[in-house]
Write a protein that binds this ligand. Structure first.
Ligand code: FAD
Length: 518
């Protein structure tokens, strides 16, 4: 094997291709080792469109054994790195490997799927699915729905892989209740940076389990995950209500996310938007159906330049009489202080609700917005500083919008397990997700990506100057000093975990946290 690996590292692509063909003889893969320029070019791109790094080759694994073979081959070379690529929806090249191997996890994404329907509530009664790390969440949802079950915690967009979101956190409007996706997985199969394939959970190999969750791909490649499921509802009552006052918006949002189950909605998010008729940033982004109209005369004349919308969802069954759903919704909305008359409702099928961003994807692809650069910025901001954030960022730097959604919604710290590698703001039980999801046409029709990146940097600088307690979500830094600042008190643990599970720093080089040792 060593001889194979040496040849793999040093031979020219042409010679290697001759030997390998499509069977990937070098690594003795069951799957494919793809040396084609087209494969390398595809692996050198991501959703962000801001960075590019070409791998030497792309591995299309048939399963965990191929992933382990790839890592072991890299370990035998002096400099090769391995990046697992989920669906490549990172912003800053996090799934790239410059001159190394990219393992296309989607190749084995459909390889494993098993649903276990629990015997009932209580110990041992949970429902779960065991899925491949490269499975897409929309596929997981579809397959679970055929059993009348569904995952408990999502991302807004489901064209992402299980391993990719578990390496970050995975958040959406269910996180206030169930926690992020990292809180809804009970067992993982992981190929470590030492090329070992291990099963881990809260009780077995627990340090690896918690390291990998939110671990930015630094400790192992997730090849299987056991995901908690719940009975799937048929329908969602989807609601949007508008606020002019940020204090009232946050008071209502925080009250909803801290109420007991059964006395609140099943999905709670929110966004900021511009108080104008701008079709991309303003009033027209709020109504849920073509027939609904945002009536600005409902706003008081002293409403500011930025407004806020709570986005809510209530699960129900088709068999529930509509009047029952109306009465539950009426009771819950009756406690809220939104602007009267600025309320929008729609009933949608459960899958359609969860796949709502896929519709936006179709439209964005048609207009070229999907393939343009996306200098997105995601933050977690402590509740203690969210009013200040609103003042200096939403009402200041971003008062004209970002050309796409500006999400702002609260989550509850106790639903997050502090043993995972995810980093949260330092203070408070409640913190907010801020997601600045820019969709603008490529330069020169739209602003240049450089201009948008510098606005992101200005936002971070302003947060620091105003001592706002925040952490980047889906972080990206270029120097270890910055990473140390990001991890704060958790840096020591992160470094220890790296030394234990990937001591040669072979994995996930695109995160730019550690350098490969020889
Ligand atoms: P990739 O971008 O391919 O990889 C991300 C990182 O994880 C890389 O470092 C990679 O090496 C590593 N990795 C990939 N697979 C594995 C694996 N199997 N094992 C170990 N490491 C692995 N996030 C949210 O939380 N909530 C949202 O609502 C949300 N919405 C989004 C909507 C869109 C349109 C986009 C583009 C992104 C969104 N995200 C959201 C962010 C998304 O969760 C992350 O970008 C995620 O990493 C993307 O998953 P991916 O499968 O494309 O991973």
């Amino acid at each position: 094997m060593i001889a194979y690996a040496e040849r793999f590292v040093h031979e020219s692509d042409a010679e290697a291709r001759q030997d390998d063909g499509v069977s990937g003889l070098d690594l003795q893969l069951q799957g494919i080792l793809d040396w084609s320029p087209a494969a390398a070019a595809a692996a050198a791109r991501d959703f962000g469109g801001l960075r590019s790094a070409k791998p030497r080759a792309v591995v299309r694994p048939s399963g965990a054994d191929d992933v382990a073979r790839s890592v072991r081959a890299a370990l035998r070379s002096p400099s090769l790195t391995v990046a697992a690529r989920g669906n490549g929806h990172s912003i800053n090249g996090q799934a790239m490997s410059d001159g190394g191997l990219v393992v296309d996890m989607r190749a084995a994404g459909a390889g494993h799927f098993q649903v276990v329907v629990g015997a009932g509530a209580g110990a041992g009664g949970a429902h779960y699915a065991v899925v491949a790390g490269g499975a897409l969440w929309d596929d997981v949802l579809e397959r679970c729905l055929s059993y009348g079950l569904a995952p408990r915690s999502y991302t807004d967009y489901l064209g992402l892989t299980v391993g990719g979101t578990l390496s970050n956190a995975g958040v959406s409007g269910q996180a206030f209740r169930h926690g992020p996706q990292t809180s809804n997985v009970t067992e993982l199969e992981v190929v470590t940076g030492q090329g070992e394939t291990l099963t881990c959970s809260r009780s077995d190999n627990s340090e690896l389990f918690f390291a990998v969750l939110g671990g930015l791909g630094q400790f192992g490649i997730i090849t299987k995950a056991k995901i908690l499921l719940q009975p799937a509802p048929d329908m969602v009552r989807w609601i949007r209500v508008v606020y002019a006052d940020f204090g009232e918006f946050t008071r209502d949002a925080e009250s909803l996310v801290t109420r007991p189950d059964g006395d609140t909605f099943d999905y709670i998010e929110g966004f900021a938007f511009v108080n104008s008729d701008d079709p991309v940033n303003g009033w027209p982004t709020v109504p849920l159906e073509p027939g609904q109209r945002f009536d600005p005369s409902r706003l008081s004349p002293d409403a500011g330049s930025v407004l806020y919308c709570l986005e809510l969802g209530l699960h129900h069954q088709r068999s529930n009489p509509p009047s029952d759903v109306d009465s539950v919704v009426g009771k819950l909305l009756g406690r809220l202080g939104f602007v009267e008359g600025l309320e929008f409702r729609r009933d949608v099928g459960y899958a359609d609700f969860l796949l709502r961003v896929q519709n936006a994807e179709r439209d964005a692809k048609a207009t070229g917005l999907w393939d343009a650069p996306h200098p997105w910025l995601n933050l977690f901001v402590s509740r203690n500083d969210i009013a200040e954030f609103d003042r200096v960022v939403f009402k200041g730097i971003l008062k004209d919008g970002v050309g796409g959604p500006m999400l702002v919604y609260p989550m509850v710290r106790s639903r997050w397990d502090k043993r995972t590698s995810v980093v949260l703001p330092e203070s408070g039980e409640i913190f907010y997700l801020i997601a600045l999801l820019r969709y603008t046409l490529p330069y020169p029709e739209g602003p240049s990506a450089k201009q948008l990146v510098s606005q992101n940097l200005e936002i971070l600088k302003t947060c620091k100057e105003n001592r706002i307690d925040y952490k980047l979500y889906l972080p990206y830094y270029q120097s270890q000093e910055e990473w140390k600042w990001h991890f704060g008190k958790q840096w020591g643990r992160f470094v220890e975990r790296k030394a234990r599970f990937d001591p040669m720093a072979v994995l996930a080089p695109g995160q730019k946290i550690f350098s490969r040792s020889s």
